[in-house]
Unconditional design. Structure first.
Length: 196
């Protein structure tokens, strides 16, 4: 169920308008005929029904964060089987209301960011001005070889080794022409040495 649902979610998030959405739904590949020809949703004759079922889902939701700021929440295709970003329409709508927009690319700076730039941005014409990569001491230590059971304990060596992994992510993000800022998500059990 998750695979089929994710394809519709990806369509919802990448489609620019109803016509584009309908075209994408029609092109969903369901399988192949005995003659080895593609069999699509259009061939099945249900693209219109699916499009109508999604008619109310196309509108981004405006919500208020716990910090009392506005946020558009819309879509959520998984990055392991889709592109892992919110809808193009929500991002563009947010851009029309604010001086800057923050959006998330799920599944990290490797898979998520690559799909964000190579799929969402290319398809929509979006051109981010800045990329923020969020790190934790726990994550850095895990990537530095610290066993998961020990990541809440001080381990400067593991943290330093993890910085090598972060460095590669920064290099990858810079290859997209981005200015990159590192944000450190601090936890109460992080030591001052690790933070510094």
């Amino acid at each position: 169920d998750i695979t089929a649902a994710s394809e519709l979610m990806a369509i919802l998030c990448l489609a620019e308008d109803e016509e584009d959405r309908r075209r994408r739904i029609e092109n969903i590949l369901l399988g192949y005929t005995r003659e080895d020809k593609p069999f699509t949703v259009k061939d099945l004759g249900v693209a219109g029904a699916i499009t109508v079922l999604m008619k109310d889902a196309i509108h981004p939701n405006l919500v208020q964060t716990t910090e009392n700021t506005a946020a558009f929440v819309h879509g959520g295709p998984f990055a392991n089987i889709a592109h892992g970003c919110n809808s193009v329409s929500a991002t563009k709508m947010a851009m029309s209301y604010g001086e800057y927009v923050i959006t998330e690319a799920g599944f990290g700076a490797d898979l998520g960011a690559e799909k964000f730039f190579n799929i969402k941005c290319r398809k929509s014409g979006l051109q981010p001005k800045l990329t923020v990569i969020v790190v934790t001491a726990q994550g850095l230590k895990m990537h530095g070889g610290t066993p998961e059971t020990d990541i809440r304990q001080p381990d400067m060596e593991g943290l330093k080794k993890g910085l090598e992994n972060l460095s590669k992510h920064l290099e990858n993000l810079a290859s997209f022409g981005q200015t990159v800022v590192v944000a450190f998500n601090k936890y109460a059990f992080d030591t001052q040495d690790e933070i510094d």
